[in-house]
Design a binder for this molecule. Structure first.
Ligand code: VG1
Ligand code: CO
Length: 554
């Protein structure tokens, strides 16, 4: 390593040379997600940040937002990024006390401060700590995940990187709000919660919600020792007056208390047991590591995320922020078509995008949609450009407050009106990479010959690898998941995860529609059993992965 310095008016910018180029960034991904130990490799974080600061338009003289979900490495990374931002001529850096900033709150700050973008430190729902994962996400000026044009340019920049620029400066004190200076760069340390809470107050009727939460309606919110703790405590317990203890595991911890901050029935099992087996609570919810995902539960009732998007669409006008109605709605391809049925009945445009929030960004920016969602516990709207966990929780509470009924009632009523999309996702995590790609490649090769074949007693109408043409800019994205669509509207999708860090994760998405006149109260695993068996036989999942069952069933 060699260093050379050049004088700048306020502090010394140094250029650090690197012996090896950086090869870990995958093209087409808007961040870098790896093990915490990997991030400790010398120059690792710096390499990705250097490439990003070189590529994001307007960095020199612009405003940048930085913060993260509080996991191990968060504070150190903020200091590193601040020094590098100063060396790259960023005029103003906005960060938060304790470095705590949820992904949706970051999106909001980028937008309200006209920042050129943001750097969010999180590996989202992956476990944290020294033995867990760390990540860096780059967001653009609209507050959403950087688009492919930028992420591809970052990838290109990493390939020829031989040095990075940083500043020699003391660490920033982040323990309280302050206006600071680092070299020529102004630094604002703000309370990361209040702007976000104010935004929620504009969208939802807080008087009505307070009346609900101060009454005998009991809420259990599980922050999973991740970033939403301070947000949820401020909103539920302070602003809305819910009893203290409503927020569980509310203190952000560097290792999330050893848990896996993924709000699903497997990893949020305590909350699931409380709601599905107990009688004490009317409403339960949890969010993930960086606060963009949500799980909604009622007493003895789990709301699958695809249904949640459909319910929010059908009831949107009950919330003040959406009282004027919706421009349209979008869902990711593997998400069930429950929202499509509602959109059709409301006469709303409905879009089907590839997995990942960045695809919703263009539709939101163009005003073509108001709500969007993914089956992976992600729901959001045009209020920001990320999915938003607490927003979804508040939206549900708003609906329950206005309608004065239970979660189970809302769901039963919804299915009676629109029919039910039985839905499940089976994840096979951390399988050997070769086995996963072998399985996937084999099914992909079989697709053309499958059209017209019989499958689980039905005929295969479409078998393809999903490709998306963006209706706003015409860009085409290919290879987004293998689809088998049956002639009765049932669907199966196979995808390989892009967010796992160990081996490969195969996701199998299963869906079958029952009209309002049909059997609406079955267990989804029972309703989908024939599809589950048939896709296993076709794709040889158990055989090729060596796993008797999925690691996670949603
Ligand atoms: C998963 C989900 C996807 C989501 C992505 C990021 O991706 O399936 O719907 O957009 O995580 O969510 P994959 O490639 O592992 O299936 V988050 O909470 O990390 O912003
Ligand atoms: Co997340």
């Amino acid at each position: 390593m060699t260093t050379s310095s050049s004088d700048s008016p306020a502090a010394t910018v140094i250029t650090v040379a690197m012996a090896q180029p950086f090869t870990d960034q995958k093209p087409g991904t808007s961040g870098l997600r790896k093990s915490s130990r990997q991030f400790q490799t010398p120059h690792y974080l710096e390499s990705f940040v250097e490439a990003s600061l070189r590529v994001v338009p307007g960095v020199q003289g612009g405003t940048l937002v930085v913060g993260g979900d509080g996991r191990y490495g968060n504070l150190a990374a903020i200091q590193t990024i601040a020094r590098m931002a100063a060396a790259h001529g960023v005029a103003r850096l906005i960060t938060t006390t304790g470095g705590i900033l949820s992904t949706p709150a970051a999106s909001h700050l980028i937008r309200t401060h006209q920042a050129v973008g943001g750097i969010i430190l999180s590996a989202s729902h992956n476990p944290g700590g020294l033995e867990g994962d760390f990540g860096v996400k780059i967001n653009g000026a609209n507050g959403g995940p950087a688009p492919e044009s930028i992420t591809d340019a970052i990838y290109q920049a990493t390939l020829s990187l031989d040095s990075y620029r940083t500043l020699q400066a003391d660490p920033l004190p982040l323990d309280q709000p302050a206006r600071l200076q680092m070299g020529a760069m102004a630094v604002e340390v703000i309370d990361g919660v209040s702007d976000y809470a104010a935004l929620m107050q504009k969208l939802f009727d807080f008087d009505r919600l307070a009346a609900l939460l101060k009454g005998d309606f009991r809420v259990a919110f599980d922050a999973m020792h991740a970033v939403t703790g301070p947000y949820a405590t401020s909103i539920f317990e302070q602003l809305l007056g819910a009893p203290s203890g409503t927020v569980r595991h509310g203190l952000p911890l560097e290792d999330f208390g050893g848990g896996h901050p993924d709000p699903n029935l497997t990893y949020a099992h305590d909350l699931a047991a409380l709601m599905l087996e107990g009688e004490a609570y009317d409403f339960g919810a949890a969010c993930d590591g960086d606060g963009d995902r949500n799980m909604i539960l009622g007493r003895h009732c789990f709301v699958n995320p695809s249904d949640s998007l459909a319910v929010l669409t059908a009831n949107a006008t009950l919330a003040p922020g959406y009282a004027q109605g919706l421009a349209g709605v979008a869902r990711s391809m593997p998400t069930s078509a429950a929202a499509d049925v509602v959109a059709k009945s409301l006469g709303l445009p409905c879009f089907e995008t590839p997995t990942g929030w960045k695809f919703f960004g263009n539709l939101l920016d163009a005003g073509r949609i108001t709500l969007c969602g993914e089956e992976s516990f992600g729901t959001g709207s045009n209020h920001i450009r990320e999915k938003d966990g607490l927003w979804a929780v508040l939206f549900w509470l708003q609906i329950l407050a206005v309608r004065g009924c239970s979660v189970a009632d809302v769901m039963a009523d919804h299915w009676r009106r629109y029919g039910r999309h039985y839905y499940s996702r089976h994840d096979y995590e951390a399988i050997e990479s070769e086995a996963a790609h072998g399985l996937y490649g084999r099914v992909k090769g079989m697709l053309p010959a499958l059209v017209g074949e019989r499958f689980a007693g039905r005929a295969i109408a479409t078998a393809d690898d999903f490709a998306y043409t963006d209706p706003v800019d015409g860009s085409v994205t290919q290879g987004q998941g293998l689809r088998l669509l049956l002639d009765d509207g049932s669907r199966m999708v196979l995808r390989l995860s892009g967010t796992g860090t160990q081996g490969a994760t195969l996701r199998v998405y299963l869906e079958s529609y029952v009209p309002p006149s049909g059997a609406l109260a079955q267990d989804p695993q029972v309703a989908l059993a024939d599809l589950i068996n048939a896709i296993d036989a076709l794709a040889e999942i158990k055989l090729r992965t060596g796993m008797a069952q999925p690691t996670v069933i949603t």
